[in-house]
Write a protein that binds this ligand. Structure first.
Ligand code: FES
Ligand code: FES
Length: 162
């Protein structure tokens, strides 16, 4: 009987992960963050607060930045997910990382994947204004560098992605 309930509570989802069709079995309570990190071994997505407040678990879901700790994995069936490790290899991703390194916007680096993902989404969406990028970053918290150096990096990124 126990095995029967185990069966009915699990479901297989299929979604695109960084452009690759991916199938994984999930349980109803599992978050996208847990499934990415624990089942699919995508460690670039970071577990910070677990309650949607720090932004370290940010991924792109159908092109929009979301905190993956607040998304149920079962809901992602049929969607497209892009993670920071993939973004880091893109042209724009490299510009963002270089600028953050040059401006001292990275210390421990724990928040960096989230910042990278949010800034990437803003830039590729065509946002060209520092104030709009600031607004986009409202859900990303950095405990080390503060935000001055991040904003200096964003200015550089905006000038290099014209
Ligand atoms: S771990 Fe998801 S917002 Fe903090
Ligand atoms: S660099 Fe350490 S939390 Fe941001």
């Amino acid at each position: 009987m126990r095995d029967f309930f185990k069966w009915v509570t699990k479901m297989k989802i299929k979604f695109k992960l960084n452009g690759v069709v991916t199938e994984v079995e999930v349980e109803p309570h599992e978050t996208l963050l847990n499934v990415l990190r624990d089942k699919l071994k995508v460690k670039s997505v970071k577990y910070g607060c677990g309650v949607g407040e720090c932004g370290s678990c940010t991924v792109l879901l159908n092109g929009k930045p979301v905190t993956s700790c607040l998304v149920l994995a079962a809901k992602v069936d049929g969607y497209e997910v892009v993670t920071p490790d993939y973004i880091a290899q893109t042209h724009v991703g490299k510009i963002i990382i270089d600028a953050m390194l040059e401006e001292g916007a990275i210390q421990c680096g724990y928040c960096t994947p989230g910042f990278l993902t949010t800034i990437y989404a803003a830039i590729t969406k065509g946002i060209r204004n520092i104030e709009d990028v600031k607004r986009a970053l409202i859900g990303n918290i950095c405990r080390c560098t503060g935000y001055i150096n991040v904003l200096k990096a964003v200015k550089k990124i905006l000038s290099e992605t014209k």
